[in-house]
Design a protein around this ligand. Structure first.
Ligand code: FAD
Length: 327
C-alpha cells in the first residue's frame, strides 16, 4: 500500500450511515483515512470515526463571496459539496476521494473531478490498488452482463461506491481523530434552493438502494405481499417488487432498469420471472435466490439458489426457520 491520503465524504455530519462505514473500511485498505464533513461533528460521530481509523475530519465552514457565513440547506447542493471536497483535496494533498452512490453524491463527484482534473469512476462495486499502484475501480455494466475494471491514470481519483461493496469493519486499533475547520467559499450557484425535505425512513426496514438483503415480489404473488414482507422482516431486509407488481398497485417501488438498481449481498425474487428489464436492476447482486413455481422461469438461469415451488408455501417456511435460528 503506497502512502496515499483517502478522503471520505461524511454527509450528514450528525449520524454515520452504513454507507459511510463501508467507505471508511475500503479507504483503510488504500491509505490514510480522512473525512470531509459539511458541518461540525458531534461526540458520538467522533467516537465512530475513531473506531473506524479516521485520522482527521475536515469540518467545512461555508461563507459566501462577501464573507457571510452560510449555514443553510444549500450546503448539501452538489456544487457546494464539490467545492468542499476540492478544497479538502488541495489542503490535505489527497489522492483519492470516496463518496456513496446516491444521485446527489454522483453529481458532487463529477463536479469535484472536473474541478480537480481528476479521473472519475461512478458506481464502483470495489476499489483496489493496481499492480502499478494506481487506483482501480471495478463495476458491473450493461445490466450486469459485463464486469469491468477501470484504472485511474490521473493523480487524484474520485469514486462513488455502491452500497454493500464491503462488510463494514472497525479498525484493528482506535485512533485519535483530529478535527480541523475547512474554510470553503460557496460558489456562484445559478440556482436558489427553495426547499429541501429529508424523507423519513418508513418503518424499521432499510432503504431499498442500500439494503444488504432485498426480498422482491412479482406478479406471482397475485397481490398478496404478506409472505414477501414476512420473510423480509425475518431477515431485516428491504422489500422490492417487479414493475408489473407495482403497476398492479401491490407495492410502491420496483427494481429494474427503469426502477431502482440494487446490488445487495442477497437478493430474493419471489414470483418474478426474471425479464431482462428486471434483471438489469438486480443482476449485480452478490447472491441471487429465486422462488418460482415454473421450473422454466428465466430467473433460474441467473440465480445461485433456486426453489421451485409456490411462494405462499416456501416464504413462510423460510421465515419461520430464520426466526427459529435467531431465537
Ligand atoms: C420499457 C420497459 C421498461 C421496463 N422496466 C422494468 C423494470 O425496471 N423492472 C421490472 O421489474 N420490469 C420492467 N419492465 C417489465 C418487464 O418487462 C416484465 O414485464 C416484468 O418484470 C414482469 O414482472 P413479473 O416477473 O412480476 O411478472 P411475470 O413475468 O408475469 O412473472 C411472474 C412469475 O411468477 C411465477 N409465479 C406465478 N405464480 C406463482 C406462485 N404461486 N409461486 C411462485 N411463483 C409463481 C410465474 O411462473 C412467473 O415466472 C419493463 C418493461 C418495459 C416495456
Amino acid at each position: 500500500m503506497t502512502n496515499r491520503t483517502v478522503l471520505v465524504l461524511l454527509d450528514p455530519a450528525t449520524e454515520i450511515r452504513t454507507s459511510a462505514l463501508e467507505l471508511f473500511t475500503i479507504a483503510r485498505g488504500l491509505g490514510t483515512v480522512e473525512a470531509v464533513a459539511l458541518a461540525g461533528v458531534g461526540v458520538e460521530v467522533l467516537a465512530q470515526l475513531e473506531a473506524y481509523g479516521v485520522e482527521s475530519v475536515h469540518q467545512a465552514e461555508f461563507s459566501d463571496a462577501a464573507g457571510r457565513v452560510v449555514t443553510g440547506d444549500e450546503r448539501h447542493l452538489p456544487a457546494v459539496v464539490a467545492a468542499a471536497l476540492a478544497a479538502a483535496v488541495r489542503r490535505a494533498d489527497a489522492d483519492v476521494v470516496l463518496l456513496p452512490s446516491s444521485f446527489a453524491a454522483k453529481e458532487a463527484a463529477a463536479l469535484t473531478a472536473h474541478a480537480l482534473g481528476a479521473g472519475l469512476i461512478i458506481d464502483a462495486a470495489g476499489v483496489s490498488e493496481g499492480d502499478d499502484g494506481r487506483i482501480v475501480g471495478s463495476k458491473r455494466v450493461f445490466a450486469g452482463s459485463w464486469d469491468t475494471s477501470c484504472e485511474v491514470t490521473t493523480d487524484v481519483a474520485v469514486l462513488t461506491v455502491r452500497a454493500n461493496a464491503v462488510v463494514p469493519a472497525p479498525a484493528a486499533a482506535r485512533v485519535n481523530t483530529q478535527t480541523e475547520p475547512l474554510p470553503v467559499e460557496v460558489p456562484e450557484l445559478g440556482v436558489t434552493l427553495a426547499s429541501r425535505e429529508v424523507k423519513a425512513r418508513s418503518g424499521d426496514r432499510p432503504p431499498l438502494e442500500e439494503a444488504a438483503i432485498v426480498v422482491a415480489g412479482g406478479r406471482g404473488t397475485d397481490g398478496d405481499f404478506g409472505p414477501v414482507t414476512e420473510l423480509a422482516d425475518a431477515l431485516g431486509a428491504a422489500v422490492g417488487a417487479s414493475r408489473d407488481a407495482v403497476f398492479e398497485g401491490w407495492w410502491d417501488t420496483y427494481v429494474g432498469q427503469t426502477g431502482v438498481t440494487v446490488a445487495p449481498r442477497v437478493y430474493i425474487g419471489a414470483g418474478i420471472s426474471g425479464a431482462p428489464h428486471h434483471r438489469g436492476g438486480m443482476q449485480a447482486s452478490q447472491h441471487i435466490v429465486a422462488v418460482n413455481s415454473d421450473p422454466e422461469a428465466p430467473i433460474f438461469e441467473i440465480c445461485d439458489f433456486a426453489v421451485i415451488g409456490e411462494l405462499a408455501d416456501v416464504l413462510p417456511q423460510a421465515a419461520e426457520e430464520i426466526r427459529r435460528h435467531k431465537g
